[in-house]
Ligand binder design. Structure first.
Ligand code: NIG
Ligand code: FE
Length: 417
């Protein structure tokens, strides 16, 4: 494949992961080209250098008037679920708090009820259609958490959906076990027993059957305490899973500090992370995955302190948090908008944060996340004359073409796989 005459080729190459001033460097090449051999990037350049490859039977794509980026990496999602929760919108408009909806058996627990009632085939179908939407919006790799089963059978069911779809769908899925997403109703008065169940039964099974690569915990006031999170995540690490943590999403409970202490790969949300927490992330190379659509959707009137994190040297990534409660969207282009207007991030910072730094959040930075020789040919072509234009023109799907693993998966905005 040859992609030629690219008006704005955003490679996101060079130093990796990107921090501080470096985050502003998206490796932009004007009038660029990309040569793909099989499923790998074979050459990247500018001008006429592609011409020597013409006539060799390659597919030629014209990048005139287009912005081309690495395939987008959505490094934090809860995309496997059943049902929907539009009823919570009017509760929120009447000022009912997210944590209070959860305490009353709604929120996450209502999706848990839907998941437990729904057969695996149906959950797989519903998830597949969300993955299609992600692909149509330019995403080529997605992290996917369990967490709406909250018992042995149903958590395994959700992780099995990750595994099944990873084998069938063009989008690559990186699986995370999030049994500690809420305390299940049946263990409300005996939460220690649920933690024991996760540690003694689910984690060993997940590891043995290769159902997840990461373990996560929702560490938040009213959900899991910092002490509980530490116990769960260390047990996961001991079993060979890598740690992620939902940290300080609504209130600060020093979960960002814990992320540094246990050397988590990433800490996520971080809307209320303390100064010390931010320092701990920077010092320990923990990737901060920021989810600005969630701040917006929770009506928090508060966004994570992205500018401080960037200034202090934290590796910042951006993701959708796609889930039925706090961020019902599959589109990283929606995340772009809120990263710009809520987090005050620059276009170059935004694209690095959802490509190469997103790849770092899921330990894939050597394989994907930039357009560089040897990397997997995951490429998104946007109908935008430059990167600034892509962020500026909001609320529409700007994707024209998506190349996944060297093959055209989306063409003229339609699925082709
Ligand atoms: O990332 N914070 C916890 N989990 C999700 C919300 C899940 C839900 O409300 O269903 C989140 O915001
Ligand atoms: Fe989340």
């Amino acid at each position: 494949m040859i992609i030629k005459n690219i008006s704005c080729l955003v490679t996101c190459g060079g130093n990796c992961p990107k921090t501080k001033e470096n985050l502003k460097d998206a490796g932009i090449v004007n009038n660029g080209y990309i040569i793909v051999d099989n499923n790998r990037i074979a050459e990247v350049g500018s001008g006429d250098g592609y011409k020597k490859y013409l006539g060799s039977g390659r597919i030629v794509i014209d990048g005139g008037g287009k912005t081309v980026t690495p395939g987008l990496v959505d490094s934090h999602t809860h995309v496997v679920y059943a049902g929907s929760r539009e009823k919570e919108l009017s509760l929120k408009l009447r000022n009912v708090k997210y944590i209070d909806i959860l305490k009353a058996g709604g929120g996450i627990l209502s999706t848990v009820n839907s998941v437990r009632k729904t057969p695996i085939e149906r959950i797989e179908n519903e998830t597949k259609s969300r993955l299609d939407t992600m692909l149509l919006h330019g995403t080529t790799t997605v992290e996917s958490k369990s967490g709406y089963g909250l018992d042995f059978e149903n958590e395994i069911k959700l992780l099995q959906v990750n595994k099944n779809l990873n084998g069938k769908h063009p989008v690559d899925i990186v699986s995370t076990y999030l049994g500690a997403h809420a305390v299940p109703e049946e263990f409300k008065d005996n939460r220690g027993a649920y933690i024991d169940l996760m540690i003694n039964s689910v984690i060993p099974y997940v590891k043995e059957h290769e159902l997840a690569e990461f373990i996560d915990c929702f560490c938040e006031k009213g959900v899991y305490t910092t002490g509980e999170a530490k116990r769960i995540l260390e047990a996961g690490k001991k079993a060979g899973l890598k740690a992620k943590i939902h940290a300080d999403e609504v209130e600060s409970v020093s979960a960002a500090e814990l992320a540094g202490e246990i050397k988590a790969v990433s800490a996520e949300h971080l809307v209320s992370a303390s100064d010390n927490g931010i320092k701990s992330l920077a010092e320990n190379g923990v990737v901060a995955v920021l989810l600005p659509t969630t701040s917006f959707y929770l009506m928090l009137n508060k966004f994570a302190r992205a500018r401080k994190m960037i200034k202090d040297g934290v590796i910042v990534a951006l993701a959708t948090d796609c889930n039925p409660g706090t961020s019902p969207t599959e589109s990283l282009q929606a995340t772009m908008t809120f990263a710009c207007f809520g987090l005050k991030m620059l276009p170059e910072e935004i694209i690095n944060a959802m490509t190469i730094n997103g790849a770092a959040a899921i330990s894939r930075e050597n394989e994907i996340g930039s357009i560089e020789v040897g990397k997997k040919a995951d490429i998104t072509v946007f109908d935008a004359k430059n990167l600034d234009y892509l962020i500026y023109h909001f609320g529409v799907n700007a994707v024209d073409t998506v190349i996944k693993n060297g093959k055209i998966a989306v063409e003229k905005g339609k699925l082709m796989y």
